[in-house]
Ligand binder design. Structure first.
Ligand code: ZN
Length: 266
């Protein structure tokens, strides 16, 4: 039986499994986002899941993705304090992501690769937005995963991944060095540099360039108006790079084709 015959449309039950797996991974992702983004960084293994307000430990039935939050109506069983809606939303988003990619690519290596990449981007975006931190576990760990997927796919993709990682690292390092020289202060953190090495391993060097372009474009659309009205803040650039990377994965060739046509007409 060829992998193509495992078309998710013919096996809706498998689509459900992909969504369930995504929900469980999303539940784990919540823990990673909170504990790797904490200062100082906390272990994701110990202590076991507990209410951050009253410390009450969670039983297995309090820990069922999405369902438990709905059953508890968003409140801790012990102290009745609200539980952040981020938990079920991240679980739901990850479940939909994994199911959608299984639908799109069937049960293939590419579906798994894309789901892992999307999960890493979601983790990075949320940790950077909450804590202005891009944990090495997501960036360097993700870089390792990107290289492993390239190895599994064959010889050519390995070169693509390594070149992409090198270009991502070098490009962001250069931008950071230039920014520091121009503004005499750190313009971009090391987290962004390591993140783009990871993105490069998944998207190759062309995808890396497009990601940085889209990230800077979206970021300036949002932050230039904010700084004009005086609400200048630290910029979680990783959020915009993550959006740029997701857009590049989904529509990179189409965006480049459109841009080529646009230049041709001008
Ligand atoms: Zn509590």
């Amino acid at each position: 039986m060829t992998p193509e015959s495992w078309n998710a449309r013919d096996y809706p039950i498998l689509l459900g499994y992909a969504g369930l797996l995504g929900a469980v991974i999303g539940s784990f992702l919540n823990v990673c986002i909170l504990r790797w983004g904490a200062e100082p960084k906390q272990s994701i293994v110990r202590p076991a899941s507990h209410c951050p307000k009253c410390g009450r430990g969670l039983r297995w039935f309090d820990n069922v993705p999405i369902v438990s939050w709905l059953v508890l109506r968003g409140r801790c069983r012990g102290c009745g304090e609200p539980i952040s809606v981020q938990y079920p939303l991240v679980e739901l988003a990850t479940a939909l992501l994994w199911a959608a990619l299984a639908w799109r690519y069937g049960f293939s290596l590419e579906a798994l690769r894309a789901a892992v990449f999307g999960t890493l981007l979601l983790g990075i975006a949320l940790t950077d937005a909450r804590a202005y931190i891009i944990p090495d576990e997501f960036s360097l760990g993700g870089l390792g995963l990107g290289v492993v997927f390239a190895l599994l796919a064959g010889r050519q993709p390995l070169g693509t991944a390594l070149l992409g990682a090198a270009v991502g690292f070098a490009l962001l390092w250069l931008v950071a060095a230039l920014g520091e020289w121009m503004f005499k202060q750190e313009a971009m953190g090391g987290g962004d540099i390591k993140m783009m090495a990871m993105v490069g391993a998944f998207l190759g060097w062309q995808g890396t360039l497009l990601t940085v372009f889209l990230g800077a474009f979206i970021g300036s659309l949002i932050f230039v108006p904010l700084s004009l009205v005086g609400r200048k803040k630290l910029v979680p650039f990783g959020v915009f790079l993550a959006i740029g990377a997701a857009a590049t994965y989904l529509a990179g060739p189409a965006i480049l084709r459109w841009y080529g046509d646009y230049l041709g007409r001008a």
